[in-house]
Write a protein that binds this ligand. Structure first.
Ligand code: NAP
Length: 334
């Protein structure tokens, strides 16, 4: 079957997903799209033979659209996802699922009421080969029980709209999700450390920040979130266990030796670093639609990540260690 997809948001990742759904993924066709910038979206619609709509709401309502992919601005995600649930249409929503835990709770309540899982969240690191290999090692017990995790998320430079809260809610949220998936447990407390600030950080932006998390079993996590590395997009993760350590591999790039130097490329952004993960993620989403059984990350995962992000932001503002209060998980999301 070919799923007819409506895409909302044709910025950087929306365009990339449209290309992917058209040229890489089997069983999908983009038939409609919209963006807040019509001049941008109308041209893309023409290029891909899709219908252009002025609003995301019209994309969702179009009877020719089977499923939706939301790749618009963060504050619009929850509204579109709720409309999809009302229309009983499957929706793949780029992270974050909402801009607050409250928005995500509304989505969970709507999905529970609907009685069918319709929502998948775009935490693509779960589909990255390196992270999958790391999870296999942890689950195999080879390094014993994890005790600590050291990680960092470095962006070359932030986007023009980037804020101090977004460092956690938009970027750090990847660490929040992938670490609870890797470790298979929820967080108990969160704290944010302010460190010496980068003099090149944009006006008012606190950068870098260190997120400290403790899981229910006591695993300690430190995650450097650094928006102005200048040198590249660099994602690192090392898990320290009772009997050994396991480190996320760097992506495969050519090791070049020339003119008395050894060098290899460092990617400049997420679209290069995780290109394969996005391909696998969307192919598996389409395959899961065919099987009628959505995979994770679910709306619950989107909610748990948002609760943790909200907690960390409060912890940063108050300078305290805050409890991460996640409500009891309904059996529906097991
Ligand atoms: P972007 O380049 O700024 O694109 C977002 C697009 O959505 C822009 O064209 C924006 O228009 C548009 N938009 C804003 N409000 C809208 C509305 N009400 N209805 C429809 N469109 C609207 O940002 P991006 O990098 O593509 O990011 C888009 C989303 O994907 C974000 O939520 C981001 O967190 C997520 N993302 C995820 C990953 C990942 O690794 N999974 C990577 C990148 C992005 P304006 O330009 O006028 O604001």
């Amino acid at each position: 079957m070919e799923w007819k997809i409506g895409v909302i948001g044709t910025g950087a990742i929306g365009r990339d997903h449209i290309r992917r759904l058209t040229n890489v993924v089997h069983g999908a066709k983009v038939v409609a799209l919209s963006d807040i910038r019509p001049e941008n979206a109308a041209g893309i619609a023409k290029e891909y033979g899709a219908v252009f709509y002025e609003t995301g709401e019209e994309v969702i309502r179009d009877p020719n659209v089977d499923v939706i992919l939301v790749a618009s601005w963060d504050p619009t995600h929850a509204g579109y996802v709720l409309q999809c649930i009302r229309e009983r249409k499957y929706v793949f929503c780029e992270k974050p699922l909402g801009v607050s835990a409250k928005e995500c709770r509304n989505i969970i309540d709507a999905e529970l009421q609907c009685g069918k899982r319709l929502v998948q969240v775009g935490f693509m690191r779960r589909y990255d080969r390196g992270y999958r290999a790391l999870k296999e090692i942890i689950d195999s017990g080879k390094i014993g029980a994890p005790l600590m995790v050291h990680c960092c998320h470095r962006n070359r430079i932030p986007g023009p709209q980037h804020t101090t809260d977004m460092t956690i809610k938009n970027s750090g949220i990847h660490e929040i999700d992938v670490l609870r998936w890797l470790l298979g447990e929820e967080y108990e407390t969160g704290q944010v450390l302010t460190v010496k600030q980068n003099r090149s950080a944009q006006d008012g932006l606190e950068d870098p920040q260190i997120m400290l998390l403790k899981t229910g079993s006591g695993v300690r996590i430190d995650a450097e979130i650094n928006m102005n590395s200048h040198y590249g997009y660099d994602i690192q993760c090392e898990v320290v266990g009772e009997k050994g350590t396991a480190r996320l591999p760097d992506p495969n790039t050519i090791l070049l030796k020339t003119d008395g130097t050894r060098s290899c490329q460092i990617y400049s952004d997420w679209s290069e670093r995780f290109i394969e993960a996005y391909d696998i993620e969307l192919q598996q989403w389409i395959d899961s639609l065919n099987q009628g059984a959505l995979q994770r990350p679910s709306a619950w995962d989107g909610y748990a990540a948002c609760v943790t992000a909200d907690t960390l932001i409060q912890a940063r503002l108050k300078g305290t260690i805050e409890p991460v209060l996640i409500r009891e998980k309904p059996a529906f999301y097991e």
